[in-house]
Structures are given as C-alpha cells and as structure tokens.
Design a protein around this ligand. Structure first.
Ligand SMILES: *Cc1c(COP(=O)(O)O)cnc(C)c1O
Length: 453
C-alpha cells in the first residue's frame, strides 16, 4: 500500500453493534456494592438515576448489542473517524516502526465522548426522561452531552467545576450554543452545593462536589436522570465503535498492531479502542495493550485494587477498581480529563489479570511529544491524548534501538484547540511536573481502608 496516509470507511461500514466483553471474561467481575447495605447492587438500586436499558447494558450477558437506528443516524454525522499512518512522525523519529493513530477529534465536540453521550441521551429519551444532569471538569464531557441532548430535543444541566467555569470559558460557551444550562459548582442550585458554599463561599469546586450536585439533581427530579462520561461498563461498550472501525482500517492498511495504546482517565477512550483486541488476548493471541496515565494521578500504576466510592461524597456504589482513594485530589495538571482517583472496574480487572499493561508519564515529556506530533502530523492534540502519543513515540524509539520493526496503534482521543494556554505554558517554560509522592499515596490508602472496610 504505497504512501497511503489515511484509511477511511464508507458510511455503510460503520459498525452496527457494540462489542461487550463481559460474557467472555475468564474470571468473573466482582459485583458493585450498595453503598448503604454493602450487599451486591440490585439493578433497581440504579433505577432512580439511570434508564433500565442502560442498567441492562451495564450487566449484559450478550456478546454484541445492536446500535439503534437513531443512534446510527447521528454517528453518521462524523463516523467513521479516520485512521492515519503517521509517516512524517516515523521519519522524524528515524524508526523502522509503523505508527498508526485513530483520530476521534473529528466529532463535533472534538473528542470520543459523543460516542456514548448520543447513546445515553437516546435511551433516556426512550424512557421518557426530559432532562439529563451531569458534572464536567474542563468541559469535554459537558459539551458532548449538551450536543447529544440537543440532537434528541432534551434539556441538559451541567455542573461545571467553578475554577474551570471561570478559567476555561470556551467549552462553557459551546455548551450554551448547544442549549445546555451550566452552573458553576458548587452552586446554590442543590443542597450539596449550598452546604459547600455555606462553609467555603469561595470554594474553587471539584469533580467530587460536581458529581454530588448532578446526582442529587437527578435523584430529586422525576423527569431527570444522571449521565456519566466514563468508567461504567455501558460507557465503554458504546466506545467500542472505535476499536471495531480501527480493525477494519488496519486491514485496509494490510497490517496488524503489535501494540495498542490509549491514554487513561476513567478508561473510556482506551477501552473503546482496546476491548475488541482484548477478545484476541482471551484467545491467547493479539497485541500488547498499554494504558497511559499521568504521574500526577497514577491510579493504575500506584493505586490499590480494592472497593472504593466513585465520588468524594460517597453517594455512588462501591466498586472494585484501582483507586487512589475517593479523597485523593490530584494536582492541577493540564490533562484535566485524566484527573480521576478511580478507574473502570472492567479495565482494572483486566489489568489485575495481566491482559493489559499500564505506564505513567509526567507532563513535560508528554508536551514534548505533543509538539513533535503537531509539527510533523499537523494535528494539535489534546493534552490527555498526548500521553498516548508519548508512549507510542517511546515504542517507536525502542524499535529503533533494537533494530526491530513493529506496528503501533494508538488512540488520538481529541484535539487540543481549547487547551492552547497549556501549550503556551509549555512553550514559555512555565509547565510544572508532578510526581505524586508515595507517602501521600500511602496516606490516601490508609484513609481508604478506614472509610470503606
Ligand atoms: C475525557 C477525555 C479523556 C479521558 O477520559 P477516558 O474516559 O479515560 O477516555 C481522554 N481524552 C480526551 C480528549 C477526553 O476528552
């Protein structure tokens, strides 16, 4: 295939099922627990905030789930996303490796997140829900859900961490364009928000507080549900369109990956690309699969595999996952989407059992990689996605050292057009690196033991 740089699919080749790995697991997943009784969660426990069809997907025994026609109609606005071969980057690195990337930044919101936002809005609409409430940090998830709600004629309420609301206005404006209402969190719109404001009127907010506000909003309004952008099985399920398309596109390129790489926040873009390949791993073949996280929030590489809450206020079920403790507050690194104390239980399980690997990087080498990628391939990547670029480049450099070619596939989960101040910080030498001190992790772990056992 001489000199081809991009591999495209026709609309008719967009996958019409989502791939579910749950029935293929060799060892069963530990069940989520009811936060009050500590008994395994019953599906009805989730019914106050999620529609039944999504709850069923969360525990589904089916290997494939049909994508509804109305979701396919919306996917066709930007899917299939392109797969590129990074020929110019390969040349710059002088590597015998072949580097491929799946680019999810072509969606209207600029990341992979609409793949699940659209599906979640659809099932909620079918269940008669009029409004979705959610939290957002830097605004990537909030803008994806605002878009999805708009496309299905639903209302959307976003609790946006106050410091981002003030400092990162463009995503907020995007949400307004798509018709969402956006509250800086803590807000005086919920009891949880008012309680925080009473104690600390100038609180900068946190994802933990914003989750509590969105969950409370959903739980106290009959026509409103809650929506989560990562971590849960049904979210990862919806993202498997990425990996299915990538497999078809790698076939067009006439190659099979030796290693598959994705950045890791809660696990949805990584899982979306990797899960179809995990099925190969179960069959004793398939590529190495590598998750890449920030050293400032080293959930997979330094966290503990145990039961923990998904939020600071302990409103969510207890799930078995790699975690740094629900009280863990990571430093304010620029990859906001990777600042989560926990991880997808499914991907945690696969890491524990050796089907996937994990690696962490500090910010500076990640931005170095982002700049080199941008100057060779042109695309300006999101700081989150740039963790995957760093790891892919290091694989390519290792191939050069060893004098052995290999095929690398990574997920470029989004563009960085709203992260330009981070690039400016890097270019003017103001970027700070954070390696989370191990004694702080020990302390967070001890707090975790005390609060959950
Ligand atoms: C939100 C986000 C992430 C991190 O979330 P995951 O669920 O781990 O994928 C990564 N990249 C981009 C561009 C994001 O918007």
């Amino acid at each position: 295939m001489p000199d081809h740089s991009k591999f495209l699919l026709a609309d008719s080749q967009i996958p019409n099922v989502w791939v579910n790995v749950l029935p293929s697991l060799k060892e069963p997943l530990d069940p989520p627990l009811n936060p009050r009784t500590r008994a395994p969660l019953a599906p009805q426990d989730l019914a106050p905030i999620f529609p039944m069809e999504l709850i069923e997907q969360e525990f589904s025994p089916k290997a494939e789930i049909d994508i509804p026609g109305e979701v396919m109609d919306i996917y066709r606005l930007w899917r299939a996303t392109p797969l590129y071969r990074a020929r110019r980057l390969e040349k710059a690195l002088d590597t015998p490796a072949h580097i491929y990337y799946k680019y999810e930044g072509t969606s209207p919101a600029g990341s992979h997140k609409p793949n699940t936002a659209v599906a979640q809005a659809y099932y909620n609409k079918r269940a008669g829900i009029k409004r979705l409430a959610t939290e957002t940090g830097a605004g990537q998830w909030g803008s994806a859900l605002a878009l999805a709600c708009q496309l299905f004629g639903m209302e959307c309420t976003v609790y946006m961490v106050r410091v981002s609301y003030d400092q990162k206005p463009y995503r907020r404006m995007m949400m307004h364009v798509w018709g969402a209402e956006v509250f800086p969190s803590p807000s005086d719109h919920t009891n949880s928000g008012r309680a925080v404001l009473a104690a600390t009127p100038d609180s900068p907010g946190s994802l933990g507080i914003a989750i509590s506000e969105a969950v409370e909003d959903a739980a106290t309004h009959g026509d409103t549900n809650y929506s989560l952008g990562s971590v849960l099985n049904h979210v990862l399920l919806h993202q498997t369109v990425i990996g299915q398309e990538a497999r078809l596109q790698m076939a067009l390129a006439g190659e099979e990956p030796d290693v598959v790489i994705g950045c890791f926040g809660g696990g949805s873009n990584f899982g979306g690309l990797a899960l179809p390949y995990v099925l190969d791993r179960f069959a004793g073949k398939g590529p190495r699969i590598l998750a890449v996280e920030p050293s400032a929030c080293p959930t997979l590489t330094k966290g503990r595999f145990t039961y923990d809450y998904g939020d600071t206020a302990k409103l969510t079920p207890l799930v078995k996952m790699y975690t740094l403790g629900h009280d863990f507050v990571p430093p304010g690194i620029h990859a906001g989407g990777l600042r989560y104390h926990g991880a997808s239980p499914l991907l945690s399980h696969l890491l524990k059992h050796g089907y996937i690997e994990a690696k962490a990087y500090t910010q500076t080498p990640v931005f170095e990689a982002a700049i080199q990628f941008s100057r060779t391939e042109g695309i300006l990547p999101a700081p989150e996605s740039s963790h995957a670029i760093r790891a892919a480049m290091d694989e390519a450099l290792a191939a050069r050292e060893e004098g052995r070619a290999r095929v690398i596939l990574f997920n470029l989960s989004g563009h960085g057009h709203f992260d330009l101040s981070a690039y400016e910080n890097y270019l003017t030498g103001k970027l700070q690196d954070f390696e989370y001190p191990s004694h702080d992790i020990e302390r967070a772990m001890a707090a975790l033991e005390n609060s959950t056992v």
